[in-house]
Design a binder for this molecule. Structure first.
Ligand code: NAD
Length: 353
């Protein structure tokens, strides 16, 4: 079983090193026969290959069982014609990773300002208000005159249907509630269609309760009473913003795992960015990337019907909970351990789980 490992930019290499330690530990502990194949993307690849990602790398990923992508400095990548391609977009679009699954939950051992909660944001990943991925050729942002820009948002029936189904399938395994987040009061046609499709898909899941909130009000609701929510389904940009909020509400942006999944491929990738403000200092929280690796193993376990992979995935989640309870955490969540020390603490805990 092969996983391609791309450390990325900023805090990517250090958080990925901690993640690799955890993956190597579960590999031995659960006899997974994991092969980690290290390669490069982002700034390092731009320097070496003239492009942040390459077609050869994509082929390699297609032939592997999964991908771990470190955070990328996407804001630096302005011009695709110069090889400055957004690696997240590249893999999400090329591998049709339409579902971005971003759980956020509070941990015992960490102070929480908004009460305990456990929810998942299910975000559409391949269209919406993202100019680099919603038209076939070029970008959907146009400079009409030096002072006028138009950005287009694409919403399709297919993408609404499949993201809705992902959300309802997940809700069936949890507390059986799906919340649709939209802006249908203004984007009446596109988000009207999104709601209609989510509700129609919901008809196939009669035991699941459905409600919906307008995205701006949702920010208040989720801060006020996050425990009201179980699975939240939404379009690309709303989900990107909302999931950073829910992650921070759980304690830190460095805490929440994130999986990008399609029908054939999956990619574990932290919800946060490359955090240049703290890069290279061994203070970044590696838990988001480590939990993302756990989610990737869980996805592979479901695909391959492998109980060892499913156990390894659960073990990573439990070990993470345990080290948080013991206060073995980075400073963003009130601790004093470094990035590598947190990786080692999770790895050590995994020996006894
Ligand atoms: P960011 O997510 O990198 O950082 C936001 C804040 O959270 C910063 O204060 C940072 O120090 C903190 N933070 C993030 N991850 C942390 C961690 N693991 N532990 C502790 N603190 C953490 O967002 P940004 O600063 O707006 O963006 C930096 C770069 O990352 C930009 O180039 C942006 O385009 C890119 N980005 C990439 C991704 C991705 O690769 N998926 C996602 C978001 C942003």
């Amino acid at each position: 079983m092969k996983i391609i490992v791309l450390p990325g930019d900023g805090i990517g290499p250090e958080t990925m090193a901690a993640t690799v330690e955890v993956l190597q530990t579960v590999n031995k502990r659960f006899d997974l026969a994991l092969e980690l194949d290290h390669d490069i993307a982002g700034h390092e690849s731009l320097k070496k290959h003239g492009s942040t990602v390459t077609d050869i790398l994509l082929e390699k990923v297609r032939n592997a069982d999964g991908l771990m992508l470190g955070p990328m400095s996407t804001y630096d990548f302005k011009d695709e014609s110069k090889g400055e391609i957004n690696p997240s977009k590249f893999f999400r679009k090329s591998l049709d990773l339409y579902a971005n699954i971003r759980p956020a939950k509070t941990y015992s051992g960490l102070p929480n300002k908004v009460g305990a909660f456990d929810l998942i944001v299910v975000r559409e990943n391949t269209e919406g208000f993202y100019a680099d991925r919603n038209i076939e050729s070029g970008a959907s942002e146009m400079l009409i005159t030096p002072d006028v820009v138009i950005s287009l948002r694409r919403i399709t029936r297919l993408c609404c249907e499949r993201i809705a189904r992902t959300a309802f399938e997940l809700a069936q395994t949890r507390r059986k509630k799906v919340t649709i987040v939209h802006k249908a009061n203004v984007l009446k046609i596109a988000d009207g269609m999104f709601i209609d499709i989510c509700k129609a898909v919901g008809n196939d899941y009669p035991g699941i309760q459905i409600d919906d909130f307008i995205v701006d009000a949702m920010m208040a609701h989720v801060v006020r009473a996050p425990d009201k929510f179980d699975v939240i389904v939404t379009t690309n940009m709303f989900g990107d913003i909302l999931s950073d909020l829910t992650s921070e509400l759980s304690g830190s942006l460095g805490l929440a795992g994130s999986l990008n999944a399609g029908t054939q491929y999956a990619m574990g990738q932290a919800a946060h960015g490359s955090a240049p403000d703290i890069a290279g200092r061994d203070i970044a929280n590696p838990m988001s990337l480590i939990l993302s690796a756990g989610m990737l193993l869980g996805w592979c376990g479901q695909q391959k019907k492998s109980s060892a992979l499913l156990q390894a995935s659960k073990a990573i989640e439990r070990a993470s909970e345990r080290i948080v309870k013991d206060g073995q955490v980075t400073r963003d969540v009130g601790g004093n351990l470094g990035t590598q020390a947190v990786g080692k603490a999770i790895a050590k805990c995994l020996q006894t789980i």
